[in-house]
Design a protein around this ligand. Structure first.
Ligand SMILES: Cc1cc2nc3c(=O)[nH]c(=O)nc-3n(C[C@H](O)[C@H](O)[C@H](O)COP(=O)(O)OP(=O)(O)OC[C@H]3O[C@@H](n4cnc5c(N)ncnc54)[C@H](O)[C@@H]3O)c2cc1C
Length: 409
């Protein structure tokens, strides 16, 4: 187990500086254009693939960094560049983690390379869990997967929504119910391979922020996938379902509920780190502006009303980063989240990003309100952090129930 440290080692500092250089030289200059275009920035993803940032190897290295600081450091730098473009670069990782966490070695080896493609032909992947009637309440998802034993195939029907890269992905990872009576315990994840008939993109959403990231509905109409596409395999699923049925029987047949999504506890610090990146970016723009903009014959930072805002912004960003790093270290080192520290980090960092980016607009005055300056975009982008991977209300629910010793799922 690695001791908790707030000091990046030499290797981590080198990686951070390299990522920062890419964020400053490639991502940030492209941010306004792709935000206006509201399209996936394929050329930027390709650049990231060429230098090795868009690859499983890179994420695996950060993911398995025992200090826990690899992923938050990487997320902060990329999202400092631009949230929409960074999400287009790291979105595939969400689907890849789904396969890494639940897949067999063969599934990992077969599907993850197809999620990323290669630098001459980059691909993206999508993780499809949310549905129109199953957002925070993931247990109530309606997409069904039924096993056709004669053909050793699964038949999937349903509609997914809010899928990052949905419909444009080479590989889709789809969460479906194989036993609705068991609620979330009856869920399983499936690979939908490239070009599978029956999978189509529904509505593409026009969004408030992170507009360079593609978000869409995914329609599954009698999608047939081979038995080998069930992540983890049938034997493991059957064992898990049998255990869940025993438990449900002991609980009087009550349907298992999961309104709080505690399972995401370990991945939430990464979203917190994205929020820290956006907040830091807006703070830096505001600090620079406050030092150079003059009114009443002096720099506006010489007014306590402005300087105190900057002091609060910086304090909250640093506090958010500390919570994120702590939770990330806990996740990597298998520390139990006895006070829902993963949710705490995401809650605080995401709320901080919304607040700090709004303050940055205020400090830039009229300029802050225009698209000539990046803080307007950063503020729009920041609103996503309190919504995806569990809303702020759901984080509070998880923290409160954990503190109260109440069951979360
Ligand atoms: C841009 C974007 C990208 C996304 N990417 C993905 C993706 O790649 N894959 C994927 O599967 N999903 C994705 N999502 C979905 C996201 O995770 C959901 O939007 C989120 O979980 C909230 O669900 P909902 O939108 O249905 O809101 P709802 O669950 O309907 O919530 C609406 C409001 O009610 C509140 N609320 C709900 N239940 C409670 C409660 N018990 N107590 C208190 N308040 C409550 C919520 O906090 C919220 O304020 C994405 C969403 C967006 C916007």
């Amino acid at each position: 187990m690695a001791e908790f440290t707030m000091e990046l080692n030499d290797e981590q500092r080198e990686v951070r500086d390299w990522l920062h250089g890419f964020a400053a030289d490639v991502i940030r200059p492209a941010a306004a254009e792709w935000d206006e275009r509201e399209e996936t920035p394929w050329p930027v993803i390709q650049e990231a693939a060429k230098v090795g940032i868009y690859s499983l190897d890179f994420y695996a290295q950060q993911y398995f960094d025992a200090t826990g600081l690899g992923i938050p450091m990487a997320m902060e730098e990329l999202f400092w560049g631009d949230a929409g473009i960074a999400l287009s670069i790291v979105g595939t990782g969400l689907a890849a983690v789904g396969v890494l966490a639940n897949g067999t070695e063969e599934q990992i080896g077969t599907w993850i390379p197809q999620m990323y493609g290669d630098p001459t032909d980059v691909k993206v992947a999508a993780f499809c869990s949310s549905e129109p009637d199953a957002g925070s309440d993931v247990a109530s998802l309606r997409t069904r997967a039924v096993y056709d034993e004669a053909k050793d195939e699964w038949v999937i029907n349903g509609t997914k929504t809010w899928a990052t890269n949905g419909g444009i992905a080479n590989v889709h990872v789809v969460v479906a119910s194989v036993d609705p009576e068991l609620g979330s315990k009856g869920h399983a994840s499936f690979i939908v391979p490239p070009g599978t008939p029956g999978l189509s993109q529904g509505q593409k959403f026009k969004k408030h922020g992170i507009r360079a990231s593609h978000t869409a509905e995914v329609v599954l109409d009698h999608v047939r996938v081979p038995g080998s596409c069930l992540l983890g395999g049938k034997e493991k699923l059957d064992e898990r379902l049998a255990r869940a049925r025993e438990k449900a029987k002991a609980a009087g047949g009550e349907r298992v509920k999961n309104a709080a999504m505690a399972t995401f506890e370990a991945s939430r610090p990464a979203v917190g780190a994205m929020a820290v990146g956006t907040a830091r970016a807006a703070y830096e723009v505001a600090l620079d502006y406050a030092r150079t903009r003059e009114q009443f014959g002096r720099a506006i930072i010489d007014n306590q009303g402005v300087a105190f805002q900057l002091a609060d912004m910086r304090t909250q960003i640093d506090a958010a980063r500390l919570l994120v790093w702590r939770a990330s270290w806990m996740a990597v080192n298998g520390k139990p989240f006895t006070a829902a520290e993963g949710s705490m980090s995401k809650l605080f960092a995401s709320e901080t990003a919304k607040k700090v980016t709004a303050q940055a607009i205020q400090i830039l005055g009229g300029n802050g309100y225009t698209r000539e300056y990046p803080v307007e975009r950063m503020h729009r982008d920041s609103a996503i952090y309190t919504i995806f991977e569990g809303t702020s209300e759901i984080q509070r629910l998880v923290i409160a129930r954990t503190l109260a010793g109440m069951p979360i799922r």
